[in-house]
Design a protein around this ligand. Sequence first.
Ligand code: XUL
Length: 551
Amino acid sequence: MASAPRAPLYLGLDLSTQQLKAVVIDGELHVVHQSGVQFDAELHEFRTQGGVHIHADRLTVTSPVLMWVKALDLLLDKMKRAGLDFSRVRALSGSGQQHGSVFWRRGASETLKHLDPDQDLHQLLQDSFSVSDSPVWMDSSSTQQCEDLQAAAGGALRLAEITGSRAYERFTGNQIAKLHQTRAEEFQDTERISLVSSFAASLFLGGYAAIDYSDGSGMNLLDIRTRNWSEICLQATAPHLDQLLGAPLPSTSVLGPVSSYFVHRYGFSESCSVVAFTGDNPASLAGMRLQPGDVAVSLGTSDTVFLWLQQPRPALEGHVFCNPVEQQEYMALLCFKNGSLTRERVRNECAGASWELFSAALSDTPLGNHGNIGFYFETMEITPPVIGVHRFDSADCEVSSLSPRVEVRAVVEGQFLSRRLHAERLGYSIIPGTRVLATGGASSNKEILQVLSDVFNAPVYTIDLSDSTCLGSAYRALHGVRQAAKALRAIGGESCAEEPQLSLKPPSVKSRDRHFLLKPALSLTFTPVYLKEDHRVITGTLSHLKMGCSL
Ligand code: XUL
């Protein structure tokens, strides 16, 4: 049902690597408007490919910050031309690609306060950045700084315990350290450092927006338990960093009203609230309306797992972030590089390149695969960082091949066991009511989903996540202004938003029997985690797994 003509609207934005998108919803979560600007195609003067510049060293990856500003000019003009009545927008929020950083030049704060509504933002802000090319999440040029930070913090695991992740090149603190060391002049000229998310919020606010706890967790700088900057990490990164970053705030904070620039230029109401912007992955968790105990598994080229965590145990693999919806809780993100391409390779070799035959092999083989299992890290895996293909038979002996049908089940069971293993390592537990939300290409294959359901012993729901980030930002805008009354889940519960579809339930195998059936595989996958030193897990190979298994 269409909303009443003057009913309030909520605007969600997503400043991602390749585009800037907007979704507008009404109070019942109906989508009433969508727009977008593609950087490569619509802002070709910046000559980006996929929204970025890859530098000659192949490690440094940046995006022009003025391209993002100009994209906002274009997007709002498009929305205005499409007839969106901005005066109905009660609150707005947004998300940005995680880890990217924006360096504001001295004096920029004054410029932001006095924006002339007769001019475009990109003209007004052309001299406001001390670094014109912002490092983005694809950058991996800060290895030295990562090593230094880990040494200062007392090791990789200690750093993970403080900040939720060991040191990663793309994480903002390491990028800031590199800039401080290699471009001292630009650093000196910097008045404030924003994440992509808080940068976009600052434009709307007409002043510097706080970094929110959830996106702040992707910097290797925030102590995820005290929710304040970690003194050790700040010290190891750059001088006076607490002043350059400003105090972090809860992700649900209302930062203030929209700046008068937007009131005069686009007709926003003076009372329209700007709710803290956050990272794209936290926003996606909000968009999926994940609940405690839920796990979302995106089955794409690489597989990504999102978790809602109550008691996090940060580890050397995966990332724990503060939860963007419930301030006291956490979320985790795990990336697995060997996803669909590996399943496809096994399909081609063992099932005549046919998904039907692949599915038939899964149906014809039992849960636990009679103790046969495989680990297929065909390219260097992220979680854990190992490479190689290793198959084990029912006696736990490494073998060079398995029969085609057994191999099909081995790859799928092996992958999903590893997803569960690494989720549990980070503190995830399956609880009554746990739902597995599956998305991405392979989520249309019922037999693959059945294995997922068996391994997690929970019902699997399918969900279309293509817009979850932008939609999540619009939900967060609404949540931000209604939070005192209701949590986002409750808002979702009474809304018209599309619900995940129940796809499969685990068959009625008792938990005890399921454990017995999966035991050989579980012992093989779980062993290195519990029995090996962390550095051996990091540098470990499957031979460690095998050794541990006989302990
Ligand atoms: C997460 C990550 C990417 C970016 C880009 O750690 O690096 O998902 O957020 O979208």
